[in-house]
Design a protein around this ligand. Structure first.
Ligand code: B4P
Length: 318
């Protein structure tokens, strides 16, 4: 009997957790409204116990830092082999069943996503958690918040009541949305691009990876191109591009990154793609309290992205 992806994820998770091959970090959640987005702040104090990826200076640590955890993935965390990818559980999870789609061969996390990556991601994102909606994200490049250099896309179930992910509340305000059109949201004070997906087309080819991948690839590269156009207008040219990519059941979003760390009243907070979805992670009570009192969380995100240049030529309406 073949099991569904959602059953395999649950079974692998239960046994990896029981055997200590996967660490789940208990967290508390707070919600903070900032400019119409109900940001979800996840406070995970035990995450401080997670081993650091960076070398701490000793030879032993340096050796450990070089180990690629996805080549091969730990057998206890491996959920399923796909054609060119393997579905693996996140060893250090704050959200149960958080999974990764890693390339079977080594590919760099600085590469864009290609049709085969996107088709595999869509298939997993829409089947991994039964009827619970999910989100996929990709931290691309050195300033994106990525800690592993081997190409991996992440998927998470979206569990809460409010529009999910929280950024969707702003997406929902786009009037007369058209699939494939590029949108920029007035309320976000940093360069970003967003596009709605054509669900009826996707559903018509969801069992056929080739047209599915071609369509999602076209949307991804259209978004990447639009992001570079915005960057040319609003930022200094740079050789190293980093960006965060989000994909839900109905839209894609891309945000170029200028740095990994935001400064919150002297505290350093690492932000990855989830920050731009409206989901922020803190590890200490001081960070939690400071974030809850921080006047504008979008300003925190603007610090690690690129602020709009007020002198740039306005976009031409199409
Ligand atoms: P990356 O793209 O490299 O980095 P990341 O998601 O920012 O996670 P990072 O590792 O920096 O974790 P952080 O402490 O910030 O992804 C690498 C992924 O591989 C991570 O998911 C990592 O946990 C996983 N991994 C590492 N070694 C592994 C192994 N041997 N086997 C399998 N998987 C392995 O954050 C800790 C966790 O909290 C991360 O999972 C992160 O995604 C999650 N998180 C961050 N913000 C969150 C939020 N707002 N809400 C909920 N969860 C959040």
């Amino acid at each position: 009997m073949t099991h569904s992806l959602s059953t395999l994820i649950q079974q692998t998770y239960d046994s990896a957790l029981k055997n200590g091959d996967l660490l789940f970090f208990e967290a508390e959640h707070a919600v903070k409204d900032s400019n119409g987005i109900k940001f979800e702040i996840t406070y995970a104090p035990t995450l401080a116990q997670k081993p650091h990826h960076e070398s701490a200076g000793t030879d032993d640590n340096k050796k450990k830092a070089k180990i690629n955890p996805f080549l091969p993935p730990h057998p206890a965390l491996k959920v399923k082999d796909l054609d060119e990818h393997t579905v693996v559980l996140n060893k250090y999870c704050v959200v149960p069943h958080h999974a990764l789609i890693v390339t079977k061969e080594y590919k760099s996390q600085t590469q864009p996503l290609f049709p085969e990556d996107l088709a595999a991601t869509w298939k997993c994102m829409t089947t991994a958690y039964g009827y619970t909606p999910a989100m996929a994200f990709y931290n691309c490049g050195p300033y994106s918040g990525a800690s592993q250099p081997h190409k991996h896309i992440q998927i998470l179930p979206l569990l809460k009541e409010q529009p999910q992910p929280p950024i969707k509340a702003l997406y929902n305000q786009i009037q007369e949305r058209k699939a494939g059109q590029i949108y920029v949201l007035d309320k976000l004070p940093f360069v970003h691009v967003m596009t709605p997906l054509d669900r009826s087309f996707i559903d018509s080819c969801s069992d056929n990876p080739e047209p599915l991948g071609d369509y999602l690839g076209q949307m991804f590269f259209g978004l990447l191109d639009a992001m570079f156009q915005q960057m040319r207008k609003h930022a200094e040219p740079s050789r190293e591009t980093s960006y965060n990519f989000l994909m839900t059941n109905d839209f894609m979003m891309m945000v170029p990154r200028s740095s990994e760390i935001a400064n919150m009243n002297g505290l350093q907070v690492s932000i990855n793609s989830l920050g731009f979805a409206g989901m922020l992670l803190v590890r200490t009570l001081e960070e939690l309290n400071t974030m809850q009192q921080y006047p504008d969380l979008l300003e925190l995100l603007a610090q690690v992205g690129f602020r709009w240049n007020p002198d740039a030529e306005p976009d031409v309406e199409q």
